[in-house]
Design a protein around this ligand. Structure first.
Ligand code: PGA
Ligand code: ZN
Length: 434
């Protein structure tokens, strides 16, 4: 009998992400008739050490076309993968690495490689008649993540005067994921009402990740004050924490060795002191990229001093070598997990394991350029990592992820567990309860 898991056909195409930029979509068809379709997300506030995203250049789509990556899939990768067993994820990913042969995946493009890697996983899950979260995570995949809802946008992802990129609310006090989404969305709407009144109706324009854009707001404390007001108005005071993605690499002036904030220079020490004050004044549970992407020592100092979750995004770029370096010196205590920063699912899963094995948390994350594909939501449950960051609860590419998590919660029924206050150690806590 023919093996139904055999890869029969691979087709890649150019589609659009939520910002109207082209990105890669890959279909993998198996002999048994299963289809795995995966879309590749796109970063804008990218880290320097990410795997290479291949763009066409030239006039078409302002140089942002991905036809070269598509061609690499259809002409180079496809013929080699046909006939392989789609459930052999590691073998497939190793072949992709071999075909590319570069350290940063610049020959075939990380966007080509990651599309194929994820499409294979989806096709395998399909062939086995399993949901993706279960295929990747096994029978114990059942922790619903705390959503990190980015309600006010700044930095590179919004036309605001806010230097910091993401001002996030975290419904840690909900009992279930669906309750968390309801509470978070209520806060989102209440915040809209408050911002409109005080900062004007243009506040309600939303940025790349669906967060509001209050004109004239230029300080993280103003954003936090308004978010806390919305939370308090609804009577949710103890049920929410706050979080930040500073994306500090984009505020750093390498030549001068200083950060530029509100048009003023701040040294690394000034910034560290600022965070200490901020954490004393506000219920901040997590800060991502508080310092620039090469400052491992600064990250280590902050991690020790602040006692909250410190997440490495541009710092680690989902890369084992960089995370290993961080683990050695105690830089950050959580990894932001973005599959396309590294390029294959296998590598990304290995990096997550490295983080867990060393007591680091893992936060599954969108890119600011998403599509309506929902593999991200499944991965958050598969990893039992307890936390996901995928923007505000509006704009379809964001709600697609939250809606998928609602479906997974329903499917898991009584065995679903919401990570809640334990989001940093969700796996450990759940194990202790078993
Ligand atoms: P991205 O940034 O634009 O690279 O996706 C989001 C983030 O910094 O977390
Ligand atoms: Zn980030």
């Amino acid at each position: 009998m023919e093996n139904k898991f055999r890869i029969e056909k691979i087709v890649a195409r150019e589609i659009l992400d939520c910002r109207g930029d082209p990105t890669v979509e890959v279909d993998i068809l198996t002999k048994g008739g299963s289809l795995g379709r995966a879309d590749v997300p796109v970063g804008r506030s990218t880290g320097k050490y990410e795997a290479f995203e291949l763009r066409d250049g030239g006039k078409r789509y302002r140089g942002r076309g991905v036809l070269k990556a598509i061609k690499n899939i259809n002409a180079v990768i496809g013929p080699k993968l046909i006939g392989m067993d789609v459930t052999r994820q590691r073998e497939i990913d190793e072949l992709l690495l071999k075909l590319d042969g570069t350290k940063d995946k610049s020959r075939l493009g990380a966007n080509a490689i990651v599309g194929v890697s994820l499409a294979a996983a989806k096709a395998a899950a399909q062939s086995l008649g399993m949901p993706l979260y279960q295929y990747i995570g096994g029978p114990n995949a059942r922790i619903l993540p705390v959503p990190f809802l980015n309600l006010i946008n700044g930095g590179k992802l919004a036309a605001t005067e806010l230097d910091f990129q993401e001002h996030i609310v975290v419904p840690t006090g909900a009992k279930t994921f669906s309750e968390a989404i309801r509470m978070g969305t209520e806060v989102y709407h209440e915040l809209g009402r408050i911002l409109e009144k005080k900062w004007g109706r243009h506040s309600l324009n939303v940025a790349d990740e669906g967060g509001y854009t209050p004109p004239g707001m230029n300080d993280v404390r103003q954003a936090f004050d308004e978010e806390l007001r919305a939370i308090e108005e609804l009577g949710y005071t103890d049920k929410f924490a706050l979080a930040l993605d500073v994306a500090a690499s984009h505020l750093y002036d390498r030549k001068g060795g200083v950060y530029l904030i509100k048009g003023k220079k701040m040294t690394r020490e000034d910034l560290i002191d600022f965070y200490k004050e901020l954490v004393k004044t506000y219920p901040v549970a997590s800060i991502e990229d508080p310092l620039e992407q090469n400052d491992f020592d600064g990250f280590a100092e902050l991690t020790k001093e602040l006692g909250i979750q410190i997440v490495g995004d541009d710092l680690f770029v989902t890369n084992a070598e960089r995370l290993g370096k961080g683990i050695e010196c105690g830089a950050a205590n959580a990894l932001l997990w973005k599959v396309n920063q590294v390029g294959t699912l296998t590598e990304a899963l290995d990096v997550a394991k490295l983080a867990f094995d060393n007591g680091y948390g893992v936060q599954v994350s969108e890119r600011s350029g998403q599509t309506e594909d929902t593999w991200l939501a499944d991965m958050a449950v598969a990893l039992n990592c307890g936390q996901i960051k995928t923007g505000a609860p509006c704009r379809s590419e964001r709600t697609a992820q939250y809606n998928q998590l609602l479906r997974i919660e329903e499917e898991l029924g009584a065995s679903a567990k919401y990570a809640g206050k334990n989001f940093r150690r969700a796996r450990l806590k759940i194990k202790q309860q078993q």
